[in-house]
Design a protein around this ligand. Structure first.
Ligand SMILES: NC(=O)C1=CN([C@@H]2O[C@H](COP(=O)(O)OP(=O)(O)OC[C@H]3O[C@@H](n4cnc5c(N)ncnc54)[C@H](O)[C@@H]3O)[C@@H](O)[C@H]2O)C=CC1
Ligand SMILES: CC(C)CC(=O)C(=O)O
Ligand SMILES: [Mg+2]
Length: 369
C-alpha cells in the first residue's frame, strides 16, 4: 500500500499562496518518484485568518496542524493589517502562536551558496566561496514571547515628572530552554564540521550571561568533542559579512537569530533562497525565512526556492526521505546551473530569456524530478 503523509498547508498572506503552490508541486513530483503520496488540508493563518475569523490563529488551524504529519507554511503579514494599536490583532501573532502551541523551539536555517549564484551575492565571490553555515535559532522564548505593556505614565516615574507613554518588552529565558537548544546545536555540529559559535550579548544582558554559562556547561558535560566559541552579536553581524565561510553552526536566541538570518540570507544572493525547519518534539513546521513580501505580492515574480528548499527539509526531518530530499536539492541546483533566475537572484549576466516567474521556476524544478 502506498504510504500517504498528511500535510497541513498554511499559505498565509502576500506571496504566500503563490510560493506554496510551487512547494506542493515539487512535493507531489518527488513523492510520485519515490512511491509516496501526500494529501493536503489547507487552513488559515495570519491576515487572511483575521479577515475570515477575527483571529490570526483560529482553533481549527491548530487542530488541522496537530492532526497532520507535517506543516508547510508560506508567510504572513502585510500593510492591510499593520497597526500600532495593541488591542488589534496582528498576522504575526498567528505565526508566533503556532510555533508556541506546537512547541517548535528549534529553528534551523541553513545558509548555503549554490555555486551558480556566487555572482548574485552582494559580497565578492571570493568571500562567499564555500559558505555553508547553519543558524540554530531558539524559537519559542525571549523577547517575542515575554511580558510586554504599553501605558500612559501620568507621574513620569523615574524621569523627574516627565509624563508620557511608556512601553516595555521583556527578554527572559529559563535554564531548560537554553539547555535544549544548546544540545540541538551540538548535535547539528557533530553531523557537520563540529564547530559551534554561540552568539549572545553577555557584556550587557543578564539573559546572555546565563545563556553563555549554560551553553558551556552542556558543552563540557555532554559534547566536549565539539569546538565552541562565543561571539557577541554585534561582532557576529560584522563577521558574517567579513568571513562568512568560517562559520559552521551558529546558535543564538530568538531575536538575534531572526535578524542574523536575514543578514546571512543576503550572502546567498537573496532572502528568497533561505529555507527553514521549525522543530520540537511533535509535528514540525517548514517555512521560508522571509516574510510575505507585499511589495511583489500578486505579481507572479516571487522566488519559490526558499519554499521548495523548506520542502526538502520536510522530507529530511519529518519523513526521513533522504534520497527524495537529495533529489529536490539536485533539481534546484540543476535549474540554477542552467541559468534560470527569478528577479531577486539575477545578475548583470542573466539573459532576458532566463528570467522566469514563480510558477515557471516551480515547473522547472518539478521537471527535474
Ligand atoms: N515568517 C513570516 O511569515 C514573516 C512575516 N513577515 C511579515 O512580512 C511582511 C513584510 O515584511 P518585510 O520586512 O518586507 O520582509 P519580507 O521578508 O517579506 O521582504 C523583505 C524583502 O525581500 C523580498 N523578498 C522576500 N521574499 C522574497 C522572495 N521569495 N522572492 C523575492 N523577493 C523576496 C521582498 O520583496 C522585500 O523586498 C510584514 O508584515 C512582516 O511582519 C516578516 C518576516 C517573516
Ligand atoms: C514575523 C516574525 C514573527 C518572525 C520572523 O521574522 C521570522 O521568523 O523570521
Ligand atoms: Mg525574520
Amino acid at each position: 500500500m502506498t504510504q500517504t503523509y498528511h500535510i497541513c498547508l498554511l499559505p498565509g498572506d502576500g506571496i504566500g499562496p503563490e510560493i506554496i503552490a510551487e512547494g506542493v508541486k515539487v512535493l507531489n513530483a518527488v513523492g510520485a518518484k519515490h512511491g509516496v503520496a501526500f494529501s493536503y488540508t489547507e487552513a488559515l493563518i495570519g491576515g487572511c485568518a483575521i479577515d475570515a475569523a477575527g483571529t490570526a490563529l483560529p482553533d481549527e488551524t491548530l487542530r488541522v496542524a496537530e492532526a497532520s504529519d507535517a506543516v508547510l507554511l508560506a508567510a504572513v503579514g502585510g500593510p492591510k493589517w499593520d497597526t500600532t494599536d495593541p488591542e488589534k490583532p496582528r498576522p504575526e501573532q498567528g505565526l508566533l502562536g503556532i510555533r508556541k502551541a506546537l512547541g517548535l523551539y528549534t529553528n534551523l536555517r541553513p545558509v548555503q551558496i549554490f555555486g551558480a549564484l556566487a555572482g548574485a551575492s552582494t559580497l565578492k565571490p571570493e568571500i562567499v566561496d564555500g559558505v555553508d553555515l547553519m543558524i540554530v535559532r531558539e524559537l519559542t522564548g525571549g523577547l517575542y514571547f515575554g511580558r510586554r505593556e504599553r501605558f500612559y505614565d501620568e507621574e513620569g516615574c523615574g524621569t523627574g515628572g516627565v509624563a508620557g507613554q511608556r512601553a516595555y518588552d521583556t527578554l527572559e529565558y529559563r535554564e531548560y530552554e537554553v539547555e535544549r537548544i544548546a544540545r540541538q546545536a551540538y548535535q547539528a555540529a557533530r553531523k557537520r564540521r563540529n564547530k559551534v559559535t554561540s552568539v549572545d550579548k553577555a557584556n550587557v544582558l543578564e539573559t546572555s550571561r546565563m545563556w553563555r554559562e549554560i551553553v558551556h556547561r552542556i558543552h563540557d558535560e555532554e559534547y566536549p568533542d565539539v569546538e565552541l566559541e562565543d561571539l557577541l552579536v554585534d561582532n557576529t553581524a560584522m563577521q558574517l559579512i567579513n568571513r562568512p565561510a568560517d562559520f559552521d553552526v551558529v546558535v543564538t536566541e530568538n531575536m538575534f537569530g531572526d535578524i542574523l538570518s536575514d543578514e546571512a540570507a543576503q550572502i546567498t544572493g537573496s532572502l528568497g533562497m533561505l529555507a527553514s525547519a521549525s522543530l520540537g518534539d511533535g509535528v514540525a513546521l517548514y517555512e521560508p525565512s522571509h516574510g510575505s513580501a507585499p511589495d511583489i505580492a500578486g505579481c507572479g515574480i516571487a522566488n519559490p526556492l526558499a519554499q521548495i528548499l523548506s520542502v526538502e527539509m520536510m522530507l529530511r526531518y519529518s519523513f526521513d526521505m533522504q534520497g527524495a530530499a537529495d533529489d529536490v536539492r539536485r533539481a534546484v541546483t540543476a535549474v540554477l546551473d542552467e541559468g534560470w533566475r527569478t528577479g531577486d537572484i539575477k545578475d548583470s549576466d542573466t539573459p532576458a530569456d532566463k528570467l522566469v516567474g514563480t510558477e515557471q521556476m516551480g515547473d522547472l524544478v518539478a521537471a527535474k524530478l
